[in-house]
Every structure is written in C-alpha cells, then in structure tokens.
Design a protein around this ligand. Structure first.
Ligand SMILES: Nc1ncnc2c1ncn2[C@@H]1O[C@H](COP(=O)(O)OP(=O)(O)OP(=O)(O)O)[C@@H](O)[C@H]1O
Ligand SMILES: O=P(O)(O)OC[C@@]1(O)O[C@H](CO)[C@@H](O)[C@@H]1O
Length: 307
C-alpha cells in the first residue's frame, strides 16, 4: 500500500488575471478551487494512474471538510486527523504573465494530533511506500520527517521525501528511497545558484553521498535529472506543450515515478526499472503542467511517447 502524508493540506484557489495591476482591483478571467498540498496531489495523480493510496495528514475547519469531500469525490482513500481549532489553508495560485503562489499558514498541530499520526504509521506493513511531502507548520520540528522515518525503519518501508531545506537534509541519514527537490531547492541547500546540468549533478551526488538512494531533480520546463542507486545518471528534456497550470507538476512527477516503478516491479522487470520510472515521472509532471487539473492517464501516456 502507498500512504501519503500532508502536514498542511489546502484548497488551491487558482485565478487567471491577464495583466496584474498591484495596488488596484483586479478582476479574474477564470478561477478554480481544488484540494491540494503535495502529498494529496501525489495521491490524486496515483489514483488517476490506477494506483491506490491513502492520503494521511491534518485537516481543520470548513476548508478541511471541503478538502476531504473533494478528495473522496475523486475516488482517493483518505484518513485525515481532524484539528479542532482553525482552518486548513487556502493557497492562492495567481496566473498572469508570471505564476505567483501565496501559501497560507494553516492550523496548529499539537502533540496529541501528532501521536494520532504516529499511531496510524504504526499500522504500516513491510514494503509499504510512504510519501512525506510538503511544508510543515512552524510549530513542528524540522526533524519530523526524520522522526517518522525512524518510526517505520524496522519495516523496510520505502520512503519518498519531497521537502525543502532542513526538513529534507535531516532525513538523508535515514536513507530515503527517493527525494525530489527542484534545482532551485537543491541550490538553496548548498547556498549556490544552479544552472548547468553538470553543476546540478555534482550537488545531487552530494545528497546521494549523504544517504538518499535515488535523487530526482526537477527543472520545470527544462526537464529533469535522475541519479539512481545503481550509479546511473539520466537526463531528460520536458516535452513541449502549452503550459496551463504547473501547480503540482512536481508532485505529479513523484506520482508518475512511483507508478512507473511499481508497474515494472509488477512485471518483475528490473532491467529498465529506473529508466522507465524516470520517463513516467517526466511525462506525468508535464501532463499536469499542460492541463487545468492534475495529470490524467491518457495524457501521460501520450507524452511518454515523446520522451
Ligand atoms: N513549463 C513546463 N513545460 C513542460 N514540462 C513542465 C513544465 N513545468 C513542469 N514540467 C514538468 O513537471 C516536472 C516537475 O516540475 P517542477 O520542476 O516545476 O516541479 P516543482 O518545482 O516541484 O513544482 P510544484 O512544487 O509546483 O509541484 C518537470 O520536470 C517537467 O517534467
Ligand atoms: O506550502 P507547501 O506545503 O510547501 O506547498 C503547498 C503547495 O504549494 O504545494 C502544492 C504544489 O506542489 C500545492 O497544491 C500547494 O498549494
């Protein structure tokens, strides 16, 4: 079974404004509101690709109820922990000449809520996959993903981490199965700005040396680079297309990678295991970027042929 954990789920309120005029009243041309948060996006895309998962995490208030309702309606399993005070975030995704994100704060997670999550994680079984993705509220320690990995360590759970800065660096010693920073986030860790593939590979290797088994670096419209635990280094350009909404492209990439990996494992085909998973990741990320909603199977397989 695959489990995703989103500490701070949200409603993503995407608005399209032809020309944004700061300091004035702007009227939107188009809008939509979808459940979001990185782990939740991974669960939704896995479901679109035909893989079951359960979305875990913390929700609160009327926004939390809407997130849960929409996730259920999409056919995903969820088992959220309810926080009594506050509301889950509404994150604004402003589409104009540039894409601007304004992400909310979200409710306070207390020790009792955290214990509930640990109780859920104790139910994980040997060989399950656990995706820890997204930011954490400031009341939670940046060792939390590492603490979770420690809790499930004896079960050989394959853990995927999509996080930034210390939250990501702190898990490396626990040998996560996969990490997926984008190239800006990779640069941020080492306080450098990364442009060339050679530089990106150099710093991605450093994360591998610190413990990550597989490292996937996404580069938005420039594609992605992958360093496998077998020592292979793969690079792919992103397929060309019309970008509609790239929110969740990175999460879709994680879901596509896992779907590709599990598909090949199902066929007991380990020869091109990571190559196929990587291609599926790129295709799924781009399928999300080229669409108003998260990637769907048909679009993914169309793009896969172009990679
Ligand atoms: N403009 C684009 N054109 C084509 N493909 C794209 C574009 N943006 C994203 N993608 C695809 O999605 C993948 C992941 O994108 P990106 O690097 O933006 O992830 P991210 O920064 O983690 O995004 P997010 O946090 O919004 O999920 C890319 O490697 C690429 O395959
Ligand atoms: O604030 P975080 O947790 O880092 O990111 C949250 C978020 O930007 O990530 C997803 C896209 O990856 C969106 O659905 C959501 O709004």
């Amino acid at each position: 079974m695959i489990y995703t954990v989103t500490f701070s789920p949200c409603l993503d309120y995407a608005v399209w404004v032809e020309e944004l005029k700061p300091g004035q009243v702007n009227r939107v041309e188009k809008e939509n509101m979808l459940p979001g948060g990185k782990g939740i996006n991974v669960s939704i895309v896995l479901n679109n690709l035909g893989f079951e998962s359960t979305a875990l995490g913390f929700i609160a208030g009327f926004t939390g109820r809407e997130i849960e309702k929409q996730i259920k309606a999409s056919g995903c399993h969820s088992d959220f922990i309810n926080i009594e005070k506050g509301n889950s975030r509404i994150n604004i995704k402003l589409k104009s000449k540039e894409e601007t994100d304004i992400n909310g704060i979200g409710p306070i997670i207390e020790a009792a809520h955290m214990n509930q999550l640990f109780d859920q994680l104790d139910q994980l079984k040997q060989e399950d996959i656990l995706v820890l993705a997204g930011s954490i509220p400031s009341c939670v320690s940046t060792t939390i993903y590492c603490d979770i990995m420690e809790r499930v360590q004896s079960k050989k759970v394959r853990v995927v981490v999509d996080a930034t800065k210390k939250l990501l660096v702190n898990v490396l010693e626990k040998k996560p199965f996969l990490i997926k920073p984008n190239h800006h986030e990779l640069g941020e860790i080492f306080d450098v700005e990364l442009k060339e593939n050679e530089e990106i590979i150099y710093y991605a290797k450093k994360l591998q040396e610190k413990g990550a088994r597989n490292v996937l670096i996404s580069m938005a419209g420039d594609g992605a680079i992958f360093l496998s635990e077998n020592g292979d280094i793969l690079a792919s350009k992103a397929p060309k297309g019309q970008v509609v909404n790239s929110v969740g492209a990175g999460d879709s990439m994680v879901a596509g990678f896992l779907a590709g990996y599990l598909e090949q494992m199902g066929y007991k085909n380990t020869t091109n295991l990571y190559q196929y998973a990587f291609k599926m990741g790129v295709a799924t990320g781009s399928a999300s970027a080229f669409s108003n909603q998260l990637a769907r199977k048909e679009e993914v397989f169309k793009l896969l042929k172009m990679i």
